[in-house]
Design a protein around this ligand. Structure first.
Ligand code: T4K
Length: 411
């Protein structure tokens, strides 16, 4: 697709898709395949498949070293990690969370009969707004669960001050933020504990996986017990617990992935810079910029589409991209408060989420990672530029964007 071609060549109007294979947001990075296979061979030979085996222990050690934290407790995924840490800390009543996050952040609270109290975000950074957090604190509030959305740290100092002043527990959902820093200190060292995700779609992955990191010795002990049914030895159960263990094959993938961490980050950074260069200075398109003075993993390429200036909506653009086999995503549409069970339970008038409501209509996340090269990014950006240059005619020819059916079949 070049910008001097006609509208009819857009796949949405019947042209050939620009890409013959689907381009995904979150296509997994693999790393050194031979090294992974070697590790898998070894675990098959030793028949140590799970239950805090040697790979899991080594993975925990490596993660703790990367982050500079005392304890890392690896888990089967970040959702279970959040559930365990919430239980271990004893949160109850109400916990303040952003609505602009993946649904897991809210569900882990509600799963334990804790009310997630949805807070708005700063429209510039997309992270929880500390001013509104303060206004949402009630006598039932026991904690604040901040989310380092896209790997951008929350306003940690302000949240820490608030939590200390009101004697609340501060936790961070750092699912996106492994390998990122705040004021020179690695994410993982803040609040009572932080939780990383190593899901397949994260730049460092363990197929499925997560980890809780903390500098609190007592908490770490309780977390370890709770991750393994509360077992403190054979036949000895000393606390409530569940099965939150990471398997050896996941840890083998994690170790292999960590060995390529610098390469993955550098590829993400180059892709980020390339998108930035291609789509700079386009009216109505804002790229979420990372603070390059900090360590960043650059794993999400996030744009906001301001329909008033571009003339076509984010959803029009999304449909155009999907037709070209570019499976851009509109994370975190429609916002947790608009998903069940929250949508039916929470009275609309009690919510003040104007920045969130606006963001869920504007955010567009584009593909990056090791499977995306710069030539691909150039083509993606050409389509976006072409769509914006021809916004008026495209809108005439397309059905109403919110009636467009974005297919859910991804493979
Ligand atoms: N907190 C936050 C803030 C989070 O963002 C998340 C997860 C969590 C907590 C919970 O973490 P975990 O319990 O998952 O560890 C994806 C991920 O599934 C999810 O982990 C992630 N956040 C969320 C932001 O994104 P989906 O529903 O978009 O995933 P899915 O299946 O559409 O995958 C994205 C694309 O990646 C697909 O188009 C295809 C491609 N893909 C995916 C997988 C799994 C592959 O090519 N191969 C694969 O194996 O949620």
């Amino acid at each position: 697709m070049t910008t001097n071609k006609g509208l009819a060549e857009l796949a949405i109007f019947g042209g050939e898709p620009t890409f013959s294979e689907k381009l995904h947001v979150g296509r997994p990075n693999i790393g050194d395949r031979a090294r992974l296979v070697e590790r898998i061979d070894n675990l098959l030979d030793t028949r140590l498949l799970t239950n805090n085996g040697p790979y899991v222990q080594e993975f925990e050690q490596r993660v703790a070293e990367c982050v500079g934290v005392k304890h890392c407790i690896a888990t089967c995924n970040a959702t279970v990690a959040l559930e365990i840490v919430i239980k271990a800390i004893g949160l109850t009543g109400e916990v303040i969370v952003p609505s602009f996050t993946f649904i897991a952040t809210a569900h882990v609270l509600r799963w334990q009969d804790i009310t997630p109290v949805f807070c708005d975000v700063n429209p510039d950074t997309h992270s929880i707004d500390p001013h509104q957090v303060e206004s949402l604190i009630t006598s039932r509030t026991t904690g604040i669960l901040g989310v380092h959305v896209w790997g951008q740290p929350c306003e940690i100092d302000a949240l820490t001050e608030l939590a200390n002043y009101h004697k609340l527990t501060l936790l961070f959902d750092a699912a996106h933020a492994f390998g990122c820093s705040y004021n020179g200190k690695m994410i993982g060292n803040f609040g009572a504990a932080e939780v990383f995700s190593f899901h397949a779609t994260k730049f460092v992955n363990t197929f499925e996986g997560g980890a809780i990191v903390t500098n609190d010795d007592d908490l770490a002990l309780r977390l370890r017990l709770m991750r393994n049914f509360g077992f403190a030895g054979y036949d000895k159960v000393v606390s409530l617990g569940l099965n939150g263990k990471m398997s050896e094959i996941s840890a083998a993938m994690g170790l292999t992935s960590l060995e390529s961490l610098d390469d993955f980050t550098e590829i993400n950074r180059c892709n980020y810079l390339h998108y930035q260069q291609e789509l700079a200075d386009i009216p109505g398109i804002r790229m979420l910029l990372y603070d390059e003075a900090q360590q960043c993993n650059y794993q999400y390429i996030v744009f906001e589409v301001d329909e008033h200036r571009t003339q076509i909506s984010r959803d029009h653009l999304l449909a155009i991209l999907w037709a070209e086999n570019i499976l851009a995503r509109r994370y975190f549409f429609p916002g947790c408060h608009n998903m069940e069970p929250y949508f039916s339970e929470i009275p609309r008038e009690s919510l003040q989420l104007s920045a969130t409501e606006s963001l869920v209509q504007r955010v567009l996340v584009l593909p990056t990672g090791t499977t995306v090269d710069q030539a691909t990014i150039t083509k993606i950006c050409q389509i976006i530029k072409f769509a914006l240059e021809n916004a008026f005619e495209i809108k005439q020819r397309m059905p109403v964007a919110n009636k467009l059916d974005v297919k859910t079949t991804l493979f």
